[in-house]
Design a binder for this molecule. Structure first.
Ligand SMILES: [Zn+2]
Length: 116
């Protein structure tokens, strides 16, 4: 459970103190999160090799699809909105959560390949 919290908080997998991102970003200001190259506390290098975060795109895709399915079920099945409104809600939610997905997917990817 602690690992899940550390991933959500984007903490360094090595020391659990340093932060992976120096800036959380803001989609409303069109600013993406800024990632630290190394941990500020223990100097752990987050990008293990060139192109390491390519695989995080697949994690981000999975997160986005899961959020879309939740929106679809919630607003179509339970709230019973029209398909075009559900589509608009899904598109808006996906855009608004894009920076969250960006940070979470990279944190998940780092933790997947971190070995103690
Ligand atoms: Zn660290």
């Amino acid at each position: 459970m602690n690992k899940v919290l550390d991933v959500i908080k984007c903490k360094c997998p090595n020391c659990k103190e340093g932060k992976v991102f120096s800036d959380q970003g803001n989609i409303l200001l069109l600013r993406m999160p800024k990632m630290n190259e190394r941990c500020t506390e223990c100097n752990f290098k987050f990008e293990r090799e060139t192109g390491f975060f390519f695989g995080a795109m697949f994690v981000s895709y999975a997160l986005a699809v899961a959020q879309m399915i939740v929106c679809l079920v919630l607003f179509w099945h339970f709230v019973d909105l029209s398909p075009i409104r559900v589509y608009a809600i899904i598109a808006t939610t996906t855009v608004l959560l894009s920076t969250v997905n960006f940070r979470l997917s990279r944190a998940i990817w780092i933790y997947i390949f971190y070995k103690n």
